[in-house]
Design a protein. Structure first.
Length: 166
């Protein structure tokens, strides 16, 4: 059976949970599912999660803030992506996500991504639709993508050429 040690016994659920938390923070739902997947009964998984909450090792609010900050820093994602990720972890987000992850922050992240992608020899003018699709799939709001693209500085080649007069 999955989750058993070589001697055939299940590991202690608390020690296993703490071992999991060494790698990354987890929501209550994620921890419960991980324990069940390891082979612990529903009752043991729920009791262990309750103990971890009581001891302060897992906290859904702290986990929500961790995910938001992580998605702003490394491999940036938009609010919609973060909302889906938190929902999968068992955390419902309402309008407070708009306060924790503002339009201005999202537009700044889009600008940084556009600058990174433009450094690789791809200009915004030539790849506007492709960049828009990449940003949209990362969960950025269409209005924020458009606003950031309008604010993004154009390269010399993209500047509008002066009209030709005879």
């Amino acid at each position: 059976m999955a989750g058993r040690r070589k001697d055939g016994k299940l590991p202690d659920p608390v020690n296993y949970s703490l071992w999991l938390l060494n790698y990354k923070p987890r929501s209550v739902k994620e921890m419960t599912l991980a324990l069940k997947k390891r082979g612990f009964s529903d009752e043991v998984a729920d009791e262990t999660a309750a103990s971890l909450i009581r001891w302060g090792y897992i906290d859904d609010e702290r986990y929500k803030n961790y995910v938001i900050e992580k998605r702003k820093r490394s491999n940036p994602k938009g609010r919609d992506f973060v909302r889906r990720e938190l929902k999968e972890a068992g955390i419902e987000c309402g309008p407070e996500l708009e306060d924790l992850y503002t339009d201005e922050e999202e537009q700044a992240l889009i600008g940084k991504l556009l600058a990174r992608w433009s450094r690789s020899g791809q200009t915004l003018g030539e790849n506007r639709d492709r960049f828009y699709g990449r940003l949209y799939r990362r969960g950025f709001a269409p209005g924020n993508i458009t606003a950031a693209m309008e604010d993004f500085p154009k390269s010399d080649a993209e500047e509008e050429a002066p009209p030709f007069f005879d």
